[in-house]
Design a protein around this ligand. Structure first.
Ligand code: PGA
Length: 252
């Protein structure tokens, strides 16, 4: 039985004060919560202060990106130890905005996934196709390439800890969600990939989140699909009430 995981990606929204206010609101509801893993990923500047708020609760902290070197002359980058120091247990890697806007490659994603694992944190590795790729029928080819390269040289003992987030790019921030069937089909493909690359046992343990316009109204249907184990939520995670409802509806 895979434990559901709902993560909120706050992207480049919220000052420190605004972040604390959402964290405090969520803590009221999820101070103790055992039905799912609840993760929030504020911007870097707010990580440490948000951690102070949620440290004694069941909510966990995640970062939105990482750099793979340990330290050095890498202006503007954040190291694994810095994220651990700030209290992070999860790191989003290879979000489509990083890939599309900042030119991140599958090879970069692979280095990031490895360094997150090496430092005992959990990577949330994002994959997903563009609209034209879905339209021209190459969704599975794209997923195959992103998964093969992103998980290259990661042994199965480590691979079971990786969370895969299937995020069709055409559904991110657009209000257009994949249908539960479309999500299930892609998640099943991802699980089958894990079985081909590792084994059945590993594939059955890997958690796969869906992301892209997840809302309180559509989460239950998505979660009812066999291979959907959680959600990576953008816009609807910025508000205490909608994120709370998403988590509650996900485990109903
Ligand atoms: P969205 O974003 O929920 O606003 O569509 C999802 C994501 O980018 O992770």
């Amino acid at each position: 039985m895979r434990r559901p995981i709902i993560a909120g990606n706050w992207k480049m929204y919220k000052t420190i004060e605004e972040s604390i206010s959402v964290a405090v609101g969520l803590k009221r509801r999820f101070y103790t919560f055992s039905e799912a893993d609840v993760v929030i990923c504020p911007p870097f500047t707010a990580l440490s202060k948000v951690h102070d708020q949620i440290v004694d609760s069941s909510i966990m902290l995640g970062a939105q990106d990482i750099y793979w070197e340990e330290s050095g002359a890498f202006t503007g980058e954040i190291s694994p130890n810095m994220l651990k120091d700030a209290g992070c247990r999860y790191v989003i890697v290879g979000h489509s905005e990083r890939r599309v806007i900042f030119g991140e490659t599958d090879e970069d994603v692979n280095k990031k996934v490895k360094v997150v694992l090496k430092h005992g944190m959990i990577p949330i590795m994002c994959v997903g196709e563009k609209l034209e790729e879905r339209d021209n029928g190459t969704t599975f080819e794209i997923l195959e390439k992103q998964l093969t390269r992103g998980l290259k040289n990661i042994a199965k003992e480590k691979a079971v800890r990786v969370i895969i987030a299937y995020e069709p790019i055409w559904a991110i921030g657009t209000g257009r969600t994949a249908t539960p069937q479309q999500a299930q089909e892609a998640h099943k493909y991802i699980r089958d990939f894990a079985e081909r690359s590792y084994d059945k046992e590993t594939a059955s343990r890997i958690r796969i989140q869906y992301g892209g316009s997840v809302k309180p109204e559509n989460i239950a249907q998505l979660m009812s699909q066999e291979d959907v184990d959680g959600a990576l939520v953008g816009g609807a995670s910025l508000d205490v009430h909608s994120f709370t409802e998403i988590v509650e509806n996900a485990v109903k």
